[in-house]
Ligand binder design. Sequence first.
Ligand code: PLP
Length: 388
Amino acid sequence: MTRPLLNRRLAEFGTTIFAEMSALAARTGSINLGQGFPDTDGPEEIREAAVRALRDGRGNQYPPGPGVPELRTAVAEHQLKRYGLAYDPDTEVLITAGATEAIAASLLALLEPGDEVIALEPYYDSYAACIAMAGATRVPVTLRPHEGAYVLDLDELRAAVTDRTRLILLNTPHNPTGTVLTRTELTAIAELAVARDLLVVTDEVYEHLVFDDAAHLPIASLPGMRERTVTIGSAGKTFSFTGWKVGWITATPELTSAVRSAKQFLTYVSSGPFQYAVAEALRLPETYFDALRADLRAKRDLLSDGLERAGFAVYRPAGTYFVTTDIRPLGETDGFAFCRSLPERCGVVAIPNAVFYDHREEGAPFVRFAFCKRSDVLEQAVSRLQGL
Ligand SMILES: Cc1ncc(COP(=O)(O)O)c(C=O)c1O
């Protein structure tokens, strides 16, 4: 057989750096600050809620295609209470297998081959693969470091729109840079979307992980945006249950129905009992969300301070649980080579940001560390990194 087995749309996505780095972490006994999953599970009462659902026979068989009504109602309440966005749980909320499926289903549903999709680079790796699976073309607009943070160049964004642009794929708070888009930036993006009649798919899985003065603002709440925006959320990051894979979209009935058409042939449904537990999680008291933020903020500072002491230039994030660093002050320029050598040199694993770029050279000297780990693990990592 001479033809490659993997189709040409996916050829460039053969293996991920995450698999390579996690294998390296296991082989060298390193502390894995590469992949973004917490090393402590979410609230006990929410785990118990999942057990109760399993025992009571709720969700053990195929749940309804759009998701269980309890969860759809809880998602709608959450959007209303937090952001003043009213969605009908029956027609405007769709439960998915994590945000990952929500992204895939949204892009497969809304794109035609040949459409262009603007995405903020560096971007979460599934965006490029899903755009490719839809046969569309990605048009990256690069966030660039400026005075200690990564910022969006709005003129560059405007210039990236063509007659073929179908949608803007946003992510705020942004992985891997930790940037939280401001009201001014989101207003400019919204005005552009309205003026050029574009759809917006916005990945807001880190909506609750914002620190200091940063505030999360869903673009769907801005004028003219509710009717053209698919908003994506997930329980994984907010409740520290990344293995449950419960995500959702909120959008108009027409958009929700389009996304459901694709979703029903991906997983159809998933995570039955966990959906009931996440419905309870979304109604946890404010003290839960405050404590989550306070805990992660302290961990952000613990790791960021340690990285600074070790000689990195640090982009202290306004949101998410990732911190991007510049390795050039350490006399290094190649993030790939640096990350491949780091486990041997000091027993820590990180991810080279270049994997999140089309313009790899833009990301070459940057490296991402995750801080959603126990404090003692972060302290140990920091102490190992001082050896650099
Ligand atoms: C920006 C972003 N979107 C989506 C996801 C995936 O979310 P889920 O686990 O709910 O599929 C991640 C996970 O790291 C992420 O960083």
